[in-house]
Design a protein around this ligand. Structure first.
Ligand code: 5GP
Length: 222
């Protein structure tokens, strides 16, 4: 008699595991995050990945830009030469790519597939051209979030405080921010817009939205 509950328990956990596996395999969805440079996307994404370490992962992009101090190859980006990026574009290795702030950035198909194949939710951090390209990929299932600054002035101050760009790069990034903001705040372009006035609040808001869209990410967290 004593073995029954154990048997029932193991059967139950087997069925639960199968259902969970099927559920995650059925929803091979991704989360796309867009927002102007300096708005705080990286901090928000890394906090979200920290909250769901076994369910959500950043799809690490490729870029031809130089690493900033402290950035690691394979963690922040795969840092490539422009030629190597162009070769990979030729080989159709990228799901999408774009010329952003005078550099090339791209999401490799393998980065996204590796995460999806683990039954996890990939987060893609892309610019507005990336968003448009991904929307045009047939059958690619995704939800789109735009992160906006409380104001253009605040964005300017955050970029200056970050001090990672020279004056020319800063000028380019601020100029691009205007068109990103126009696109991001145009109705219908994104499923959700979050104004990042406070990091913790933005992370809470995004967490809530993600659980609503992808309820399985909060189940069985290890
Ligand atoms: P940063 O140089 O500040 O890391 O990134 C500059 C911009 O490039 C950011 O707005 C970021 O969203 C965008 N970006 C980063 N990775 C990708 C990518 O793989 N594809 C596209 N289209 N944009 C990207």
């Amino acid at each position: 008699m004593k073995t029954k509950p154990v048997l029932f328990g193991s059967k139950f956990s087997f069925i639960f595991s199968c259902l969970f596996f099927l559920l995650t395999q059925m929803s091979r969805a991704s989360l796309i995050i867009c927002g102007p440079s300096g708005v705080g996307k990286s901090s928000i994404i890394s906090a979200i990945c920290g909250r769901f370490p076994s369910r959500v992962a950043l799809s690490v992009s490729h870029t031809s830009r130089q690493p900033r101090p402290g950035e690691k190859h394979g963690v922040d980006y795969f840092f490539m030469t422009p030629d190597a990026m162009l070769r990979d574009i030729e080989k159709k290795a990228f799901l999408e790519y774009a010329h952003v702030h005078n550099n090339i950035y791209g999401t490799s198909r393998s980065s996204v597939d590796t995460i999806l194949d683990k039954g996890m939710l990939p987060i893609l951090d892309v610019d507005r051209n990336g968003v448009q390209s991904i929307k045009a990929v047939p059958g690619f299932e995704a939800k789109y979030v735009f992160i906006a600054p409380p104001s253009f002035d605040v964005l300017h101050k955050r970029l200056s405080a970050r001090a990672t760009e020279n004056d020319e790069d800063m000028h380019v990034r601020l100029n691009n921010a205007k068109s990103e903001l126009d696109y991001g705040t145009t109705k219908g372009n994104f499923d959700r817009v979050i104004v990042n006035a406070d990091l913790d609040e933005s992370v809470d808001q995004l967490t809530e939205t993600m659980i609503d869209w992808f309820p399985w990410i909060s189940q069985g967290q290890t």
